[in-house]
Design a protein around this ligand. Structure first.
Ligand code: NAI
Length: 254
């Protein structure tokens, strides 16, 4: 770890994978990493705007940015895509498991398919990404995994019922902490728990009901306010941080 604090945040020469990088928090994280000098592999599922965004980021910051289409809920696709990124970039330093989705309905109104969809993206997706990136980190002898969870892992959020979503996030938070222990010899693992952010996900019923006003700061977060947290966790500036869960919620969970 360099002595100089600004050098600690320098990402030049690092390779960062971000899932769910086409929009919202994932796109902001990819931008932040590129701004700090990293090469970025931007994973997207359905929104192929990621391809154009990768091109733009590469040109603007003179780094390598490549978009990859992959459904994180499919183990084979995740495994193959990690192999492709290692083939293209030579290594992976930081993996941000960020893709996720929510169906905001009481359990009594959810179909089994809706339940399974949330489990497959939020739980299977994070487990598959972690399992296959863990193999890479172990063989490299170094690595850094950051999982996007939610403040909903801490509290049963009001006013919208999202029992399955809340539980998937509790799963990934505890899973991440467990991996910090399991991978102690070769990788750091941390969790970020966002509160209300102004993304597609955050623009739903929550925003309408203005629940975010209950945060100490009384507003939603803008995605530009979270990319520095991921940069901190992904860089040498946090070299003694592992197994942490960083709440970025404007003081909602107090
Ligand atoms: P978003 O909806 O803008 O982005 C989610 C991304 O995940 C999208 O790019 C989507 O294409 C991708 N994705 C969904 N299913 C996928 C699949 N099967 N395979 C690959 N990619 C898939 O939402 P946002 O807000 O940027 O969400 C990012 C993460 O932050 C999620 O894990 C979400 O649960 C979490 N979060 C968001 C909060 C908010 O207020 N916006 C609050 C707390 C957590």
């Amino acid at each position: 770890t360099p002595d100089n604090v600004l050098q600690q945040f320098q990402m030049k020469g690092k390779v960062v994978v971000v899932t769910g990088a086409a929009d919202g928090i994932g796109l902001a994280v990819a931008e932040g990493m590129a701004e700090a000098g990293a090469d970025v592999a931007m994973w997207y599922n359905s929104n192929d705007a990621a391809v154009e965004r990768a091109r733009g980021l590469g040109e603007m910051h003179k780094i390598r940015a490549v978009a990859y289409q992959v459904d994180v809920s499919k183990a084979e696709q995740v495994k193959r895509c990690i192999e492709r990124v290692v083939g293209d970039f030579g290594k992976i330093d930081v993996f941000v498991a960020n893709a996720g989705m929510a169906i905001s309905k009481p359990i009594l109104e959810q179909t089994l398919e809706e339940y399974q969809k949330q489990m497959s993206v939020n739980v299977d997706g994070v487990v598959f990404c972690s399992k296959y990136i863990g193999e890479v980190f172990k063989s490299q002898g170094t690595g850094n995994l950051i999982i996007t969870s939610s403040m909903s892992a801490h509290i049963v959020n009001v006013p919208v019922d999202q029992p399955v979503y809340n539980a998937t996030k509790a799963f990934v938070t505890h899973f991440g902490k467990s991996l910090a222990r399991e991978w102690r010899d070769f990788a750091r693992v941390n969790v970020v728990s966002p509160g209300f952010f102004d993304t597609k996900m955050g623009a739903g019923e929550f925003a309408l009901q203005e629940a975010y006003r209950m945060a100490a700061l009384g507003r939603q977060g803008h995605v530009k306010e979270i990319k520095g947290v991921y940069l901190w966790l992904g860089s040498e500036a946090s070299s003694f941080v592992t197994g942490s869960d960083v709440l970025v919620d404007g003081g909602y969970v107090l």
